[in-house]
Structures are given as structure tokens and as C-alpha cells.
Design a protein around this ligand. Structure first.
Ligand code: SF4
Length: 380
């Protein structure tokens, strides 16, 4: 297909595709899907080989957020039955992080619900970063604390944070439909503050919220302009108790096309499959490793992922390898440089229920009940 040859050439040269080309990837048919994956896979392998970076989420503060992001189980008024707790102590967070690192993760993502941190919160997180770095040489720490005020990014950097995550989530034109308590411009501002302070910027999107193909292309082009080092691609987890609980719009094929489009638009950037991987890609997860070079190990902020051991087996079976702490993630020209996900009540299908193509898979949405904030061992 001419389209795919053009996109591979551009990806290898780090040249921006046109909007039409990006839209055409999303519009490809199921008959062409493997060709699309193979083409985007060439770009992925050119910049990242067969390495898969593992990241581990620690939810420092869960639920009780005053903001109203409609996809989020931690939002104001959420009736999702998630774990709710206030700040973990540095040693508790460090213990949770150690489980992920022992499982092969090289980056720990410290996430806290809320509009943004107070200066006291930045102190707490700084102590947590120190506790984690004292115990684990070479670990990368990413903070994800919401909107930053002036000076906070610099303080986090000075405390040893390597990266900062703040997702754009969706296109500028639809942002007001999913959140009213802050703006798209607020989010852009925080990513820019993090970048300016020397933190490696991490910013991504959530697909499956009812957006159009144009919205998806818009947000990915905006991300390319912001130039983050890593782009998490979330697939909406439609938690019961949130306004988007009924949005089951994604198929595994659609998720693969979205990941391929992100890879073509951001060819040399760490593309991470984030929340919703198990729920929406399901048995197609290994194919997605040909597109993304990074995943989260184990559980998400408020929901359970597949067993960490199953993640590692999947990577090995698909012919990929876990990226070691001594390997540099980004290509040489970039090197030197959310996390929020949607959340609800556990639904479990009867043992003999058979999944039906295109039907909502509420049986795959399980609220996290282990790990950080509980007495149970984490999944890693
Ligand atoms: S995404 Fe973040 S800011 Fe929005 S409701 Fe959830 S925790 Fe709050």
C-alpha cells in the first residue's frame, strides 16, 4: 500500500505525516490491519529495537478529587467503589515501588489524585522520591501530580524526579465536554513547565471517550508539537459510577490502528500502552507490542491489570525483551532527557459466559483491591 510505504519512510526520517495520512491509518479495513501493524512495527524497531520498557504505577493518593474529569473513577461525585486513601508515607510508597522494580520495571510513576499539588505536597513527594532513589540505584521516577504552579517543577527536578506526566487526553475542541473544572490550556501549560524545568515530559491521550477520528489526530498532532519524550495511550476503562460508564466504543482492531497512528506521528518517542490494555486489546495485546515500546507492569491506579508474570510471559512469547536499567530508552538524538485512568464495581461473568464480539466487557473491569493503600501484596 502506497500509504504505508510513505508512512514508514517518513517515520524513519522523523518526518511528520499529513493529517490525511494519519486519518487514513484510522480508516484502514480489517483486511489491511496486519499490513498496518507490520509497517508501524518497522518504525518501532528502527528506533527502539525489540525492547519493551516496563513502568510501575504507585497511586500515592487515591480518590476524593475535586475535579470533574468524566473518564476518571477518582473524580468529584464518582460512585465507583475504588480504594480511597490519602498520601502514602514515603516508606510505604517505596515498598510499593520496590515490588514493581523487582518485577522488571525501570520507571516508577508516582501519581496523586487532585487538581494539583500544594507546596507541602511537593515536599512529601520529594521525600518519597528520595526514599525510592536511596533504595534503588538507577531507577527513573516520574511524578504525576496534576497542574503545577510556578516553581514546583523545578523543586521536583531538584528532588530527583526524572520525568513529569500530564496527559492532554483529548483534542482541544472536545476538552470542555469531558472536563469543566480546568482547561486544555491549563494542561498544556503544565507540560511546558515540566519541560522547561528539565523534567522529561510525558503526555498522552485517552481513546474511546466518544471522540471522532479527527479528534484523535488533533490530540496526537498537538502532542507531537509539545514534543514529549513519552506518550501514554490509554483506552477508556468505562467504570460503573462515572459519566462514561456506557462508552464501550473500542475493538482490539481499533486500538491497534490508534497505536499505529501514534507511532507514525511520534515515531521516535516512547509510546506506552497504558490503562485499558487488557480490557480493550484483550488477546491482541502481543500484537500491540509491535507498535508500542513501553507498557505498565501489573495494576493501574484504581483498577487491576493482568498478573505481572503474565505481562513478562507475553513479552517473551511475542519475541520482545524487557529493557534493562542499563539500556537507554530513547534514541541518541532524544536521550538526555498518568496517568490517570478511568475506574467501578467489579463485574464478573459467569464461568460459562462466552465473550461476544462488539459487546461491552464489564467482566474485565476490576477495581484494584491490592497493593498501595492496602495490606495485600501488589501485583508485580
Ligand atoms: S484525572 Fe486527575 S484531576 Fe481529573 S478527576 Fe481524575 S484524579 Fe482528578
Amino acid at each position: 500500500m502506497d500509504l504505508l510505504n510513505t508512512l514508514v519512510d517518513k517515520g524513519l526520517r522523523r518526518e511528520l505525516p499529513t493529517r490525511e495520512e494519519a486519518l487514513a491509518v484510522l480508516a484502514t479495513s480489517d483486511d489491511d490491519l496486519l499490513d498496518v501493524v507490520a509497517a508501524a512495527g518497522k518504525v518501532r524497531r528502527h528506533w527502539f529495537g525489540r525492547r519493551v520498557k516496563l513502568n510501575y504505577l504507585v497511586n500515592l493518593k487515591s480518590g476524593l478529587c475535586p475535579e470533574d474529569c468524566s473518564y476518571c473513577s477518582q473524580r468529584l461525585g464518582s460512585e465507583a467503589g475504588i480504594l480511597k486513601y490519602t498520601w502514602l508515607k514515603p516508606d510505604e510508597a517505596s515498598k510499593a515501588a520496590a515490588a514493581g522494580l523487582a518485577g522488571g520495571a525501570k520507571r516508577v510513576c508516582l501519581v496523586a489524585s487532585g487538581r494539583g499539588p500544594t507546596d507541602r505536597d511537593v515536599d512529601r513527594v520529594s521525600q518519597t522520591i528520595k526514599a525510592i532513589k536511596d533504595e534503588n540505584e538507577g531507577v527513573e521516577v516520574c511524578a504525576c501530580l496534576g497542574l503545577l504552579s510556578d516553581g514546583q517543577a523545578e523543586r521536583l527536578r531538584a528532588a530527583g524526579a526524572d520525568a513529569y506526566n500530564h496527559n492532554l487526553n483529548t483534542s482541544e475542541s472536545t476538552y470542555g465536554d469531558i472536563t469543566t473544572t480546568h482547561t486544555y490550556a491549563d494542561r498544556v501549560d503544565t507540560v511546558q513547565k515540566a519541560h522547561a524545568a528539565g523534567l522529561s515530559p510525558c503526555s498522552g491521550l485517552i481513546a474511546g471517550m466518544g471522540e471522532s477520528d479527527e479528534d484523535l489526530v488533533d490530540v496526537v498532532f498537538s502532542l507531537r508539537e509539545l514534543d514529549p519524550d513519552s506518550v501514554p495511550v490509554n483506552f477508556l476503562i468505562p467504570f460503573e459510577g462515572t459519566p462514561l460508564a456506557k462508552e464501550w466504543n473500542l475493538t482490539p482492531q481499533r486500538c491497534l490502528r490508534i497505536l499505529a497512528m501514534v507511532r507514525f506521528v511520534c515515531p521516535d518517542v516512547e509510546v506506552r500502552i497504558a490503562g485499558g490494555r487488557e480490557v480493550h486489546l484483550r488477546t491482541m495485546q502481543p500484537l500491540a507490542l509491535h507498535l508500542a515500546n513501553s507498557i505498565f507492569l501489573g495494576d493501574y491506579l484504581t483498577s487491576e491489570g493482568q498478573a505481572g508474570k503474565a505481562d513478562l510471559e507475553m513479552i517473551a512469547d511475542a519475541g520482545f525483551e524487557v529493557e534493562g536499567a542499563d539500556q537507554v530508552t530513547l534514541p541518541e538524538h532524544r536521550a538526555g532527557g498518568g496517568c490517570h485512568e478511568g475506574a467501578g464495581a467489579c463485574g464478573s461473568a459467569p464461568a460459562d459466559a462466552q465473550p461476544v464480539a462488539g459487546e461491552p466487557r464489564t467482566d474485565l473491569v476490576a477495581v484494584r483491591r491490592r497493593g498501595a493503600g492496602t495490606d495485600l501484596a501488589p501485583n508485580a
